[in-house]
Design a protein around this ligand. Structure first.
Ligand SMILES: C[S@@+](CC[C@H](N)C(=O)[O-])C[C@H]1O[C@@H](n2cnc3c(N)ncnc32)[C@H](O)[C@@H]1O
Length: 294
């Protein structure tokens, strides 16, 4: 009988350790075949829950990457998972053991904690709050009510360890997406998943993010600024993939690039008219010849 080899490290499958609005896990099967087959460094300037980064890092051990997000609490959490997992786990264990309504609101009211405590609080609130939403008040304080989970998984050791492995050596930047211009070079791959342009008058998907200028939301001006960054990176010879909603503004801003539709399965909605897949666009600046997924 063949012996199992022990000299080859087992592939680690890393997945997001947070719930994140607009998370890309569901659309990955359609998205991944559109990525470049070869690239140097990977950059993700709106990393959020990192579904795409973790999928890529699972494919390529030691992926050289820079992850950027404007949310400082989120980026602190990534740094702690990368560098101080052993200190973080016992705090999550404690939150898991004590989870209750009063405990949730007492922890939610705490601010200005040291990095490890802040990361444990962030993960705890993310796993127990209403729908995993992230929303802050005008003072930047998290204000989402508690959700109705019977057994929320606050400490998932396996997922955290795999995420920590994938994050080793990765650059983590708190800031605006335009910071990608500081490092990206010819041959690098950049995936953009910004807050989407709302497609219906009632959609207000962008309200809980704070832009570089400190204004709520990510409006047309920000979308136009992003398109300028995209064009600058295109001139540099970077390989670019961007997701957004299928609307006139996006078709206008990215005219001349390869724009294709992907159908995204939507979670069950109580309104029957809102069930079924929705279309998103994927904007690329490279040709079909270079899009084989390894
Ligand atoms: C749609 S989410 C990304 C979701 C991610 N692809 C995933 O799989 O979870 C958009 C992210 O952009 C971040 N963001 C909003 N404005 C930004 C800005 N000006 N610069 C950088 N990040 C920003 C938000 O904090 C949020 O995490």
């Amino acid at each position: 009988m063949a012996q199992a080899r022990t000299d080859v490290p087992a592939p680690v499958t890393a997945t997001p350790f947070l719930k994140w609005a607009g998370g890309k896990a569901q659309v990955l099967p359609q998205l991944a075949p559109l990525f470049p087959a070869r690239f140097e460094r990977y950059h993700e300037p709106f990393v959020g829950g990192g579904a795409v980064f973790f999928a890529l890092a699972s494919q390529r051990r030691g992926l050289a990457a820079t992850l950027i997000d404007a949310n400082p609490d989120l980026m602190n959490c990534y740094r702690v998972v990368r560098d101080r997992l052993a200190d973080l786990m016992p705090l999550l264990r404690e939150h898991q053991a004590n989870h209750a309504k009063d405990y949730y609101y007492a922890l939610r009211a705490q601010h200005d904690l040291p990095p490890v405590e802040a990361a444990a609080r962030f993960i705890y609130l993310n796993k127990t709050c209403y729908n995993g939403l992230y929303r802050v008040n005008s003072k930047g304080q998290f204000n989402v009510p508690m959700g109705n989970y019977v057994h929320p998984r606050i400490l998932d050791e396996e997922v955290l360890r795999a995420a920590s492995d994938a994050l080793q050596g990765v650059d983590l930047v708190t800031g605006d997406f335009s910071q990608v211009l500081e490092e990206a070079q010819e041959g690098d791959f950049i995936y953009f998943d910004p807050p989407f342009v709302p497609v219906s008058p009632t959609a207000n998907f962008t309200g809980y993010w704070v832009s570089r200028a400190g204004k709520a939301g990510f409006g047309e001006e920000e979308q136009a600024r992003l398109a300028q960054v995209y064009r600058e990176l295109d001139r540099r010879g970077c390989k670019l993939v961007l997701s957004n909603s299928d609307c006139d503004l996006i078709h206008d801003l990215y005219a001349g690039f390869d724009i294709r539709m992907v159908q995204v399965p939507r979670l069950i909605n109580s309104n029957p008219e809102k069930r079924g897949p929705v279309a998103e666009v994927v904007v690329r600046n490279f040709s079909a010849a270079d899009h084989r997924w390894r």
